[in-house]
Design a protein. Structure first.
Length: 319
C-alpha cells in the first residue's frame, strides 16, 4: 500500500535539499542535553565554523546545553539561532573533534525517494554513544513540509529521539521534530523545508569573509598594515564571535648595545585560525633595527623592517 499523501503544498525550491553532515554518517552526529531534555544533533558547516542542527524544543531552556560525542565526551554549546519552525542551530564553546561536512546542499530528490520507498530508518546516537537505527514505515507525506512515520514492530518513538535523521534509500531526507500526541506516529520535517529556513542564515556568509585582529602592545603598530593586506584580499574586519578568521599577533622585543651602536630586535609571531581555532597560517618575522644615538630610533627601524617583511609575505593571499 502506498503512503497516504496528507496534503499537497507547492514546492518552493526543490533544488534546496539539506545534507545532514556527510553522506557517510549513518546516525545523528551527537546527542544534545539541556537540563533534563535530550535529543539528537547533526553537524553543519557554515564557512569555517561547525554548527549543530537540532529540534528547537530540545534546547528550549537554553541553559547548560551539552553535546555528547560518540566517545561519550561532552562539549558545552549555546543556541546561536532559534528558528520559529522548531529547529535550532547551536554553536559550541570549543572546537569539535568531529568531521563537519562542507557541503550543505545536495540534489537529493526527496519526492522520488518517497515514491519509490515505503519504509526508511530513523538514525540516532544512543545513551552510550553508539549509532542506533529504528526501522519505520512511511505512512504519509506532503509535497514540501512533512513526512509522517510509524515505528515497525514493538519499537516506539521516544523522548530523546527528536533531531534524529530520517534516511530513505540510504539518503537523509529530514529530521524528526515531534511525536503526534496520543499516537505512535512521528513527524519529520522535510529536508527542503529545513534548507529553506536555513538558507538566509547560511547565505549571509556567502561571498563575505571577515577577520578579527588580536594584537599585543608590541605589535599594535601592524594593525593598519594588516587591515590593508586584508582589504587587498577582499577580507573585511569583523567581530570576534562571527569573523571567518582570527589573526593573533605577538612580539618579543630585545635590546642590546655595542660600543658604538644601539640594537633593537623584534620577533613577531602571526597565527591565523578559523572559527574552530584550527591553525591555517603560522609565520614568524625576525627584524632588527639600529641607531647610533637613540634606542627608540632603533625600535622604529626594527618596526619598519617588520612591516616590510609582512607586506612581502602576502599572508592572506591563500585564505
Amino acid at each position: 500500500m502506498r503512503p497516504r499523501i496528507l496534503e499537497r503544498i507547492p514546492v518552493v525550491s526543490s533544488a534546496l535539499v539539506l545534507l545532514f553532515a556527510s553522506t557517510q554518517v549513518f546516525s545523528a552526529d551527537v546527542r544534545v542535553l539541556d537540563l533534563g531534555s535530550s535529543g539528537q544533533g547533526s553537524l553543519l558547516s557554515r564557512g569555517n565554523e561547525c554548527l549543530v542542527l537540532t529540534a528547537g524544543h530540545v534546547v528550549a531552556r537554553g541553559a547548560g546545553i551539552q553535546l555528547v560525542l560518540p566517545d561519550m565526551s561532552k562539549v558545552a554549546a549555546r543556541v546561536l539561532v532559534d528558528f520559529e519552525e522548531d529547529i535550532a542551530l547551536l554553536r559550541t564553546e570549543s572546537p569539535l573533534p568531529l568531521r563537519c561536512d562542507e557541503g550543505l546542499f545536495e540534489g537529493t530528490d526527496v519526492d522520488a525517494l518517497l515514491e519509490d520507498y515505503e519504509e526508511g530508518s530513523l538514525r540516532m546516537r544512543g545513551e552510550g554513544g553508539d549509532a542506533e537505527r529504528m526501522k519505520v514505515s512511511i505512512v504519509g507525506f506532503d509535497a514540501f513540509r512533512s513526512i509522517r512515520i510509524a515505528p515497525q514492530g514493538d519499537d516506539r518513538i521516544k523522548q530523546g529521539f527528536s533531531g534524529g535523521t530520517l534516511y530513505i534509500g540510504g539518503e537523509p531526507v529530514g529530521m524528526l521534530t515531534n511525536i503526534v500526541p496520543d499516537t505512535v506516529y512521528g513527524n519529520v520535517m522535510r529536508a527542503e523545508t529545513i534548507a529553506g529556513l536555513l538558507e538566509p542564515f547560511f547565505a549571509s556568509l556567502a561571498g563575505e569573509r571577515t577577520l578579527h585582529l588580536e594584537l599585543d602592545a608590541a605589535s599594535e603598530f601592524l594593525r593598519k598594515d594588516l587591515g590593508g593586506l586584508a582589504r587587498e584580499a577582499d577580507i573585511s574586519m569583523g567581530e570576534a564571535a562571527d569573523a571567518s578568521f582570527r589573526v593573533q599577533v605577538t612580539a618579543v622585543v630585545d635590546e642590546r648595545e655595542t660600543g658604538t651602536d644601539l640594537f633593537a630586535r623584534h620577533v613577531t609571531s602571526i597565527i591565523v585560525t578559523d572559527r574552530n581555532d584550527t591553525p591555517l597560517i603560522e609565520e614568524t618575522i625576525e627584524s632588527e633595527g639600529n641607531s647610533f644615538v637613540d634606542m627608540n630610533k632603533a625600535h622604529a627601524n626594527a618596526r619598519a623592517t617588520t612591516a616590510e617583511q609582512l607586506d612581502e609575505l602576502d599572508i592572506f593571499g591563500e585564505l
